[in-house]
Design a protein around this ligand. Sequence first.
Ligand code: ADP
Ligand code: MG
Length: 776
Amino acid sequence: MLELKHIKKYYHVGDTLTKAQDDVSVAFRKQEFVAILGPSGSGKTTMLNIIGGLDRYDSGDLVIKGKSTKDFKDADWDAYRNNSVGFIFQSYNLISHLSIMENVEMGMTLSGVPAAEKKRRAEDALIRVGLKDHMHKNPSQLSGGQMQRVAIARAIANDPEILLADEPTGALDSETSEEIMKLIQELSRERLVIMVTHNPQLAHKYADRVIEFADGQIRKDSNPHVEGEKGDEFKLNRTKMSYWTALKLSFNNIRTKKGRTFLTVFASSIGIIGIAVVLALSNGFQKQIDKTQSEAMASMPVTIAQVGTDTNAMMTGTQQKTFSKHQYVTAEKSDADKAQHINKLSQKYLDYVNAMPKKDAKNIATTYGTGLNLVRKVNGTYETVSFSTSDPDSNAVNASAMMAASTGIGGSVYPIDRSGGQSFLKTYYKVIAGRYPTKATDIVLVVNKDNSLNINALKNLGFSPKEGTKLKFNELVGTKLQLIANDDYYQQLPTGNFIPTQDLAKAASQSGTKTLTVTGILRVKSKNSDGLLASGVAYSAALTKAVMTANEDSAIVTAQTASETNVMTGARMDAATRSAWLASLGAKSTPSAIQIYPTNFKDKDKVLSYLDKYNKGKKKADRVIYTDLAGTVSDMTGGLMDAITYVLVAFAGISLVTSMIMIAIITYTSVLERTKEIGVLKALGARKKDITRVFDAETFILGFGAGLFGIFVAWALTFPINAVLLKVTSLSGVAQLNPTHALVLVVISTILTILGGHVPARMAAKKDAAIALRAE
Ligand code: ADP
Ligand code: MG
């Protein structure tokens, strides 16, 4: 069944050579009770360890059921220990943080026996060793004899063919020793039992065969056996510990050291807490900065007007340093006039602007000089109305269309989100009555912070308020205006001149008439963005576009296009006045202004360089000059914030590395502490991998715990931090923990801890089982 052939095992320590096994040859029967006697240090334990596969022989061969073990791999030895061998030690070697049941089940746990089966077999084994009534205790609650019974139950639970016992009664009183011997004798009826003892009486009383050992050699064998040639088939099942088992094992161990575990977790979490708080703060500050920037950008858009100011030209003009000595006077344009630059806002330029990347400038407002023929039914009769904010009663000229031509149509054009939404209005304005506009024919009233509205705007819309009159929201919201097409609005007199129609009611009922509705009253959300749109009417650029499309081929536009003089008054006009007048009548024209709203300073820089690119290589006259109102406001804050964040995260990162080193030390200590346990696990058939897994699982639990704990503490800290910041800076809710950051930090904590603990874990796995079991 089992045969040792010329086994040698030498230990070299310094200059001394110990021959622990000095050419040992012996064969054992399939079933017998062998006792091995011999003085201390004679090599008994070494032989037992070699037989049990816990230790390797230097030379010779160990033949199991006729099969040589010379070519055994680690996995074969692991399987052999797990399936075929049961170990009993003098000091019981129970794993103290596991229950009795779990101790007995461990070998089967390692080989992956299903839970129910495992439980049944463990219970059988415990009944067999006489511990029926103590099954649910902890190892620490048992007497020495009872602990040894548990160890025996553990050894036989897998029903091994070989039971190896190394001085199993060495720590027990004589009465208990006899009981244990009886139990072992009984177990030897079904298997080969090899027991080392220093007690010759017990050996001779219970064993079938007594072998005497001295100086690594067999000196006497009471019943030698010659191994037959034929052996039974030898089969080994591989063992495999699941990650779950490793986790459970580690968790149990951690549970027995609550105080230490808590301190470890707490200390390791400090790095995580630091980083999480820094990130939460910078997150909040960055949000504040972004908000302030975006508000600033909204009130200071990049503006391209029909007439731009070339600041470079203005600079050169004033740089004359010396006084002139000339005896004459030179006629010259003023500096301001010299700097004036007519922008050609051609369709090509518009297309260029519109092709700008959407992410750099979300909103663009295009204003045209197009006039609107507006009427409103007030008290049953139609009146001409307008979006203008100039005083309708101050002078008579106001009524003339010329006024409209020079001032545009009044009111504000709000920017349209280039993706088609109303993000500008929704970002900066809130609805205090009605709703946001959705169509081109929806118009809104913009009020000041105190809900005041320009009185002239109201008067021009056909209301008759006095200063201080309080208007109810519903008097304004829902107000309807009629927008009349040129051909319905202007009549041509027999003289050929055009005049506005006298019958507004008839014009208003024509099919070309559109109805505009005041859908809501809006007010700025934040005082920082005050005055983005002037108090009064605000409408969409789409409305002007629609009017242009409707009117560009109307009779009055066609007539005016052909005529040098004004087709209404007959007055002569210069080129500029004439083109403004044409535009106000609705002729196809270029915009009077383009306003581009970048969302922050970085985007603005991109917008500007995009616009600059258009001018590259163009003649001076063809260049388009923009005005950058926000030009002087710098981008410092954003970059500074990033820099501060990096520095702080780096500092917190150092504490993270510190905790990683600490975890490594703690794991190392744990490895030292649990040396015995590692030996026992190996004796039960655990692979190197399984041992690594147990310790990796432990560091996983610690790292994960530290991560979760750190995040929790950081989250809890945001409340007092925010309370303090609110007091000091009046900014509310600055520290905000980003869930993604939290998740990433937990993962980082777990990974770093596992990394820190992995090296000691590998060391544990490499520990020699025989040496580990000798450790005290
Ligand atoms: P026994 O069990 O009979 O008391 P052992 O088998 O434990 O004896 O030891 C046999 C000899 O081998 C002893 O002299 C012991 O010191 C030596 N020995 C055992 N293990 C080692 C080791 N890892 N390194 C050096 N010497 C060892
Ligand atoms: Mg020994």
